[in-house]
Design a protein around this ligand. Structure first.
Ligand code: ASP
Length: 434
């Protein structure tokens, strides 16, 4: 019975039981037991996912690119992918801006709470400020310099340097496309073998997913129990962020799917639900990548060639949930501090939030440092970050779901446009054939 239960149901069960166990631990003062005996299993699960992320990105990109018959096809897929990523990000930021200007959550924020929160989180803000000013003092081309690693192994040992791995994998793949087949035959077979091994390892790790998710959620509830009153103070802000993110999930992506693919969105969501649930429990789109790839290829039918290029790139540069949240957070802080933002400032936010989300790593809280860049670009006091840090984690969980859903949506659209979707019948809109 347990064996036949679909993975997403098992993960949901793990989540539900995790919430109960967490509440139980908080209520009966068992936090220490939870931290000592349950939380570590969550950390182990997260480590397993991170462990496989770099090898997966590298092999799947090399395999995907080297299977393309020519370079022009690669640049065509590349241009489509990047354009769709930028368009969806700009839409997300614009929706965020619209909502936060419409709801104005910052204008009802009590003054005494402002002081209280600032005192509580000032040291963290200082830390982030230093990091951000280091970033700001660099050349505008720094992001390009950062993409090119000087040492492959150094890049491969740091999960935040995924873009460097992607760069080398693309270079490697391109060289394979250019070279004569007989020279690289062995290498191609080698990568096919490694790819199969990595996919098997992911299957094995996923057997542990329901338990890992249980442990992660229990740990989160226990960690969070002290901050419950923050929810009421920041309720309207949180609600604005949540509405923006839900609009992305339930309106924008379904529209994308409806116009550009024959896929029914409810079936699409069912297919990628294990990835969404994992994104929610880990707050890391990079850690979720193995499962996103598995779902998009096996449950939707996107070809390996497209998925293995579009998804790893998306994990590093496409973060619609993050950019939507950054726009809302920036304007919320401006409203609380009485900083007036005109239309020109709001346009600057669209640009900086788009760039900041591209630069944010797919790890828990990855966008906080980048948010400072958005704030300073329009003169919003960085101290305002203290207001929102306390409830960042639950919002991070939801924005990571959006980030992952956005990647999967773009992968499907690119696959359809390239004739590389061999749809699993269950995901199609009825009676549609391609
Ligand atoms: N946690 C997010 C992700 O992994 C990034 C962020 O918004 O902080 O996609």
């Amino acid at each position: 019975m347990w064996k036949k239960t679909p993975l997403y149901v098992k993960i949901l069960l793990g989540m539900g039981l995790g919430i109960l166990a967490g509440l139980f631990a908080v209520y009966f003062n068992l936090s220490e037991i939870s931290n000592d005996w349950i939380k570590p299993w969550g950390v182990i699960f997260l480590n397993l996912l991170k462990l496989i992320a770099v090898p997966l990105i590298f092999t799947s990109l090399v395999k995907g690119i080297s299977s393309l018959s020519n370079i022009s096809k690669l640049s065509r897929i590349g241009i489509k992918t990047i354009s769709l990523y930028v368009i969806s990000t700009v839409i997300a930021v614009s929706f965020g801006l619209f909502l936060v200007n419409f709801i104005e959550p910052g204008n009802t924020f009590p003054d005494h709470k402002k002081l209280e929160l600032q005192e509580k989180f000032n040291s963290t803000v200082d830390l982030n400020k230093n990091l951000a000013s280091e970033l700001k003092n660099e050349s505008p081309l720094k992001f390009l310099v950062d993409v090119v690693p000087s040492n492959f192994f150094e890049a491969a040992t740091d999960n935040s340097k995924m873009l460097q791995i992607i760069f080398f994998a693309i270079l490697f793949g391109i060289a394979m496309v250019i070279l004569e087949e007989k020279k690289i035959k062995v290498v191609r077979e080698f990568f096919n073998g490694i790819d199969a091994i990595i996919l098997k390892i992911i299957d094995l790790i996923m057997l542990f997913a329901p338990y890992g998710v249980f442990a992660l959620i229990t740990g989160l509830i226990v960690d969070f129990s002290g901050d419950m009153d923050l929810f009421s103070a920041l309720g309207l802000y949180a609600l604005t962020v949540i509405s923006g993110l839900l609009i992305m999930i339930f309106v924008i992506y379904p529209l994308f799917l409806k116009f550009f693919t024959p896929i029914k969105y409810s079936n699409f969501y069912k297919a990628i639900s294990p990835a969404q649930l994992l994104a929610f429990s880990t707050s890391s789109s990079a850690a979720t990548l193995p499962v996103t790839m598995e779902s998009v290829e096996n449950k939707i039918g996107v070809s390996n060639e497209v998925a293995s290029f579009v998804l790893p790139v998306g994990v590093t540069i496409n973060m619609d949930g993050t950019s939507c949240y950054q726009a809302i957070a920036a304007v919320f802080i401006a409203q609380v501090f009485g900083v007036d933002l005109d239309i020109y400032d709001q346009l600057i936010i669209v640009v900086t939030a788009t760039i900041a989300s591209i630069g944010s790593p797919g790890v828990p809280g990855g966008s906080i440092v980048m948010l400072i860049i958005v704030l300073t670009s329009v003169g919003i006091p960085v101290e305002g970050l203290a207001l929102i840090l306390g409830i960042d984690r639950p919002l991070d969980m939801l924005r990571t779901v959006v980030n992952v859903t956005g990647d999967a949506t773009v992968a499907s659209i690119v696959a359809v446009s390239e004739g590389k979707l061999d749809p699993v019948p269950e995901v199609l809109v009825e009676k549609t054939h391609i």
